[in-house]
Structure formats: structure tokens, C-alpha cells
Design a protein around this ligand. Structure first.
Ligand code: NAG
Ligand code: NAG
Ligand code: NAG
Ligand code: NAG
Ligand code: NAG
Ligand code: NAG
Ligand code: NAG
Ligand code: NAG
Length: 620
């Protein structure tokens, strides 16, 4: 969202000659690349889409995994001149969706009666958008004598009506699907809005009405059915990510029963039971395996997909003789992605509209199995033994640490997760430099600076985490990322963890300014505060230098390289105070600024305090 707007709105400012202080750091760049940079290097990870990436605007739309007749079951729903309750329907919409919202209209009712939903943090009512609203309705008791009018509206919480559409329905004791489009007459000034569904109270006085599977969608990314929120997906697309790691992360499952199961997330929404997620709310699974894959493909990314591997985060480890059905389910999950129509999962994918297999090069076996390293050797052996026989072209990624018990077959790759302080990141820019070059490659699947206080890292006390990234955390991460680029002969992919904090512009700077070859240069001081990496892009031909200054004092550098370059290049700089953050109320506290760089075979650059810089120099 912000980056291009911010960049294009800034004037290109010429930078005058810079004073070269006594502390200038000289960086000599080698003209011969040491290795190619994997095209997969910068990507995204995500653990759950409800209320975020997934387009659905209603919260608790289908009363999944709630206890009927409790107040909690009514989360996000509010009565309008009627009594409402979530009930276990005697004629449920489907076995996956056993609950319904029951509206009891008082005798003597008048005016609009029904129910409203508050959305996730409100509802964005935008006059440029056409919304698709739908629900299922039935009359479990006496049928009304006349066909009633069912009224869908978008209103402010104080009653201003922005959109309304009434349709006449045929009353029935069986479920009727009703869908309408809603076009607001004007945009709401805030997101303090409701979606309401009402009847004329006088017409339905004394009646009982059951509703199931409500839905309200704004336009989706590339108009994909049941798709992603266009604004978030477009912002992610601007990041230029090359892969997407899903479905977790922790979201793979807290218990064996509540683990993520691919087959519960595909097909009609009426067949998706949802699951109790790992952070205390229900996952609708509306954003299911198929939706993920279609979106990943349309974004030009490739998936790094996890399979559940016999360990639940809550602590359950399955014994080896219990693994077989879970290995089979993992096999079917992969068949759904790449199998042909001779497999039932592949045939199911084809029936949903994608006969061609999706791309799938990477499958992760579990998540953070270093927490269960003792059982991983047999789980890894049995999962990978079976899965690699069925899918010889897929690379399986282990999720224990390289120093955990030795695995057989020897993993081709490990997923490494790091949550640490900003200074840890800055001090560990050389983390991978000492790793053996023996064929094993690494996926930095989750990394983020999360607190300045080392005691907070593992939650004791748990309150010190950054709500938003700061310049100190961004420069720490960027220092670490220069190390990932330098070591991209063995680090093939990296994804920043709290994705929706994508106000962290340093990630964008790296992803959007990629070289395809790494050029060795004078190494930064491992114990220092200034870090860089130099890459070359073939087309257009340019040298791309990334610099992170992790302290408040500006730092001057002199670059010397062997290329004939144009006289001017471009500088993109993100800088700010140590603790400055982009937040919803201060979205532009630290935005990248673009200016002209005076280039040559030798040139100087001063990195401001707490800054991430990208210097781009076109090769003549
Ligand atoms: C509308 O949403 C607000 C919360 O934003 C809630 O307090 C109110 O009860 C809702 N009204 C209806 C009719 O849903
Ligand atoms: C409303 O929609 C238009 C068109 O998609 C978009 O440019 C604008 O940012 C939206 N406004 C809000 C507040 O979402
Ligand atoms: C539908 O509900 C809205 C909001 O309560 C109301 O303004 C409108 O008059 C209703 N329309 C019909 C046809 O009853
Ligand atoms: C209702 O849904 C059907 C099936 O998806 C669709 O073809 C139709 O256009 C929808 N109608 C409205 C009014 O949105
Ligand atoms: C998914 O498949 C498993 C077997 O692998 C089965 O136990 C489970 O009931 C299925 N879930 C759904 C919702 O179909
Ligand atoms: C496949 O999994 C089963 C069940 O865990 C195990 O007994 C068998 O050894 C595995 N096969 C291979 C080739 O790893
Ligand atoms: C490479 O070295 C690492 C660390 O010593 C080790 O964990 C890994 O198994 C080795 N890979 C191979 C293919 O031997
Ligand atoms: C930033 O926050 C840290 C931790 O709260 C504090 O020690 C430091 O002084 C702050 N820096 C500035 C410039 O305010």
C-alpha cells in the first residue's frame, strides 16, 4: 500500500558531495559473483486468514465450534427488536454446520426485527464496492401465512443506512439459500458499521426463524470466488514475494483432534466444520487449501506447504505404530495439490476447477518439531520415507534444529525460526557464515525482532512485545537479512513472521530490490553496528547494495567496485528514531525515501542513524 505511493510522491533530490570522515568504512566489491541468489529467497508466511486476508466480513458467520445456547455462541451478533440464540438445529444445514441462529419475533412486534453482525473490528462500507451477501433461512415452527420480505442492510452503528436490499422469500421448513448484492449509496465515514438482516415485525409477529451460514463479501483479489481481501492481497503483491508458507505455523494444531486437516477445508462451505484455532478463536476454514493454492498461483508465488506430522503443539506425540493414517492423510493432501485425476484427491481438485496440478516443490514436515525432537526421528523417517517415495520431486523440510538428534533420511533442508531482540539480530548477521557447505539448505521460516528485553522473548514476562516494528527492530532484522543474502548459497528462503505487521518497510526494501548473484565484498565487522550486502541483477544490469546502520550515529562508507556504471544511481532510505514505528494512526512515521546517488567506480554514501538503505547503481 504505502510504499509505491510514498516513493512516487517524493521528489528525487540530488545529493551533494559527502564529507568523508576519518571513520569512513571502505568496502571493496569483487566483480565475480560467488553464487546465484535463489529466486525463492524472500517470501511470506501466514497462519490464519479470518478477519484479515480472507475476504469474509462477518465474524462467526456459521456458528462453528461454539456451544449452543451460550452467550459466547452469539459473538459478534446482536438482536434487533427480537430474541436471538444459537441453537443446535433439529434439521441442521449440514453435518458440518449443526448450529443455527434462531430469531424469535415477539407477538405484537412492529418495525424491523432481526439480527445484526458487527464484523471483525467493524465493517468497511465503501461506495466503490459491490458486496455479495447470502444466508440460509428456514422456519422451524409455524410458517408465516404470507411470503415475507427479507431485508439485507449495511448501516452505521447509529442507524444510518448505506445499502439495503429486500427480497421476498417463500416460507419453508427446509433451508432456502438467499443471496443479494448490496451497493452502498455512499461510503461510511468509519468502520463502525453493522450488517443487518431483518423482517417487518408486524408480518412475522410470534414467528421463529432459523438462519445458517451467513456471508458478506467485498470485491475480492482478482475477483476470486470465496477469495482474499483485495486491499490486503494487493499490498502483499506489491511486496513481490516469491513463496508463501502455509497453513502454519502453530496453526497446524494444538491437539490431535483440532489439527488442520486439508479435507475439512475444501469443497462447499456447507461442508467445512471449521476448527478451534490455536489462538482461542474459531478458524472458519473458508480460506481452505484450494483457496490458498489459487491465490498463491495468481500471485506468482510458490507454496511451502506443511503437513501435520504426528506432534500437536499441546504436547501430544503419536507413537510410531499410530502414524499410518496421518501419513495417508498427508499423502492425500499432497495429491490434492499435484496428483492427477486417477487419485481421488487429485480428481477432487479437478472438480473444483483446477485440472492441472499446482506447483509444489517444498513440503515441510510438521512445525517447530524441535519442541518434540525426541520423537521426530521416527516421525520424520516414516513420513518422509513414504512421502518421498510417492513424490520424488518434492523437497521435504525438517523442522527440528540441525543439532537435534540425527535424522534419516538426512534432510535436504531445515526450517529455522528466530524470535529475538533487535540487538540479537544485529549481532547475528554472521549466523550462517560458519555453517558447513555440505548440501544441506536452510529456510528461515519465521524471523522477527519482538522485544528489546531478552526476558520477553519466550514470554516471561510476556508483555514486552512490540505492537509494531520499530526502526531499531527493522535495522536489526535488515542486518540479519544482509547475512541471509550473503549466505543465500545455503539459505534458500526467508519469511518475516508477523506478516500483517507489514508496516515493516525493511522487508519490502529487500524483496523489491533483489539481485540474482551475490558479489563478495569486504566483510562487515561481525561485532560492529554497520552491515551490508552487495548483489548484482542481470536484467536490468545493476549493482544493488543494501546497508543497515543499527545505531543512532550516521556512518560513512566508501564503495569501490570494478564495474563501469552510470553516473547516477538511486538511493532508497528508511530511517527514523530508534523507537519510531508505523502504526495505524502514524502510518508514515518511517517510509522509504528515494533520492539520486552520485555513482562511479568509487563513491561515498552516509547511512543515517537507524537506517536501512538500498543503493542501486546501473551498470553502463
Ligand atoms: C453494531 O455493532 C456494534 C459494535 O461495533 C454493536 O455494539 C451493536 O450492537 C451492533 N448492532 C447490531 C444491530 O448489530
Ligand atoms: C474504497 O474502494 C476504492 C476502490 O477499490 C479504494 O481505492 C479505496 O481505498 C477504498 N476506500 C477504503 C476506505 O477502503
Ligand atoms: C430495510 O432495513 C433498513 C434498515 O433498517 C430500512 O431503512 C429499510 O426501510 C428496510 N427496507 C424495507 C423494504 O423494509
Ligand atoms: C446468487 O448466487 C448465484 C450463484 O453463485 C449467482 O449466480 C447469482 O448471481 C447470485 N445473485 C445475486 C443477486 O448476487
Ligand atoms: C478428513 O479425513 C479424515 C481421514 O483422513 C477423516 O477422519 C475426517 O473425518 C475427514 N474430515 C472431513 C471434514 O471430511
Ligand atoms: C511408512 O509408514 C509406515 C507407518 O508408520 C512405516 O511402518 C513404514 O516404515 C514407512 N515406510 C517407509 C518407506 O518409510
Ligand atoms: C551438513 O552439516 C550440518 C551441520 O553440521 C548437518 O546437520 C547436516 O546433516 C549435514 N548435511 C549433510 C548432507 O551431511
Ligand atoms: C527506545 O526504547 C528503549 C526501550 O524502551 C529505551 O531504552 C530507549 O532509550 C528509547 N530510545 C529513544 C531514543 O527514545
Amino acid at each position: 500500500m504505502g510504499l509505491f505511493a510514498a516513493l512516487s510522491s517524493l521528489l528525487l533530490l540530488a545529493v551533494g558531495p559527502l564529507a568523508v570522515s576519518a571513520q569512513t568504512t571502505t568496502v571493496v566489491v569483487d566483480g565475480t559473483a560467488s553464487h546465484d541468489i535463489p529466486s525463492t529467497l524472500w517470501g511470506l508466511m501466514f497462519e490464519s486468514g479470518d478477519g484479515g486476508l480472507y475476504g469474509e466480513l462477518l465474524q462467526n458467520r456459521a456458528f462453528q465450534k461454539v456451544t449452543p445456547n451460550t452467550a459466547a455462541a452469539l459473538t459478534a451478533w446482536h438482536p434487533i427488536n427480537a430474541n436471538i440464540a444459537v441453537v443446535a438445529d433439529s434439521k441442521p444445514l449440514s453435518s458440518a454446520l449443526p448450529n443455527a441462529l434462531q430469531v424469535t419475533v415477539p407477538s405484537g412486534a412492529s418495525g424491523q426485527v432481526g439480527v445484526g453482525n458487527e464484523g471483525f473490528w467493524g465493517i468497511n462500507v465503501n461506495a466503490s464496492w459491490t458486496y455479495e451477501a447470502s444466508l440460509f433461512v428456514r422456519f422451524p415452527a409455524t410458517l408465516p401465512s404470507a411470503s415475507p420480505s427479507l431485508n439485507f442492510s449495511l448501516t452505521s452503528t447509529t442507524g444510518t443506512v448505506f445499502a439495503s436490499k429486500a427480497v421476498t422469500i417463500k416460507p419453508s421448513a427446509s433451508w432456502t439459500h438467499v443471496n443479494v448484492t448490496l451497493k452502498p449509496t455512499r461510503s461510511a465515514p468509519s468502520t463502525a458499521n453493522n450488517f443487518t438482516v431483518t423482517f417487518d415485525g408486524a408480518a412475522l409477529a410470534g414467528s421463529t426463524v432459523n438462519f445458517a451460514l451467513f456471508s458478506l463479501f467485498p470485491p475480492t483479489f482478482k475477483s476470486q470466488k470465496n477469495g482474499m481481501r483485495a486491499d490486503i492481497a494487493e499490498a502483499l503483491e506489491e511486496l513481490g514475494p516469491s513463496f508463501f508458507r502455509f497453513p502454519g505455523g502453530n496453526n497446524l494444531g494444538q491437539t490431535v483432534d483440532t489439527r488442520w486437516q486439508w479435507n475439512a477445508t475444501v469443497g462447499p462451505l456447507t461442508n467445512r466444520p471449521g476448527r478451534s484455532g490455536d489462538w482461542g478463536y474459531t478458524n472458519t476454514d473458508g480460506l481452505g487449501l484450494y483457496e490458498y493454492l489459487v491465490w498463491i498461483e495468481s500471485m506468482g508465488m510458490q507454496p511451502i506447504m506443511a503437513v501435520w506430522s504426528g506432534y500437536a503443539l499441546g504436547g501430544t506425540n503419536l507413537a510410531e505404530n499410530q502414524l499410518a493414517p496421518y501419513i495417508e492423510q498427508a499423502k492425500e493432501q499432497i495429491e490434492f495439490v499435484v496428483g492427477d485425476s486417477s487419485t481421488s484427491a487429485g480428481a477432487l481438485r479437478a472438480s473444483l476447477g483446477h485440472p492441472e496440478p499446482f506447483t509444489l516443490n517444498f513440503v515441510e514436515v510438521g512445525n517447530e518439531d524441535f519442541f518434540a525432537a525426541g520423537t521426530y526421528p521416527y516421525r520424520w523417517r516414516d513420513f518422509v520415507g513414504n512421502l518421498s517415495a510417492a513424490f520424488p520431486n518434492i523437497r521435504f523440510i525438517a523442522t527440528t534444529d540441525a543439532w537435534d538428534p540425527i535424522l534419516s533420511p538426512v534432510p535436504q533442508s531445515y526450517d529455522v525460526h528466530v524470535y529475538q531482540t533487535p540487538s540479537w539480530f544485529a549481532q547475528n548477521s554472521f549466523y550462517y557464515d560458519g555453517f558447513q557447505r555440505n548440501g544441506t539448505t536452510y529456510f528461515e521460516g519465521e524471523y522477527a525482532a519482538i522485544s528489546s528485553n531478552p526476558n520477553d522473548i519466550f514470554g516471561t514476562p510476556a508483555d514486552g512485545r512490540f505492537t509494531f516494528p520499530t526502526m531499531a527492530s527493522s535495522t536489526g532484522e535488515a542486518a540479519f537479512m544482509t547475512g541471509l543474502e550473503r549466505n543465500s548459497d545455503i539459505v534458500f528462503a526467508a519469511s518475516y513472521a508477523p506478516l500483517l505487521n507489514y508496516v515493516d518497510n525493511s522487508q519490502w526494501l529487500f524483496s523489491l530490490n533483489r539481485g540474482d548473484e551475490y558479489l563478495p565484498s569486504t566483510l562487515p565487522n561481525e561485532d560492529g553496528t554497520l552491515f551490508w550486502s552487495v548483489t548484482r541483477r542481470t536484467s536490468p544490469a545493476e549493482v544493488i547494495i543494501k546497508i543497515s546502520n543499527t545505531v543512532s550515529a550516521p556512518a560513512s562508507l566508501q564503495f569501490q567496485h570494478p564495474f563501469n556504471v552510470r553516473a547516477s544511481g538511486t538511493t532508497q532510505v528508511l530511517s527514523g528514531g530508534q523507537n519510531s514505528s508505523n502504526t495505524p494512526t502514524t502510518p508514515n512515521a518511517a517510509v522509504p525515501r528515494t533520492s539520486t546517488l552520485r555513482a562511479g567506480k568509487t563513491f561515498e554514501y552516509t547511512a543515517p542513524g537507524f537506517s536501512v538503505s538500498v543503493l542501486t547503481v546501473p551498470i553502463a
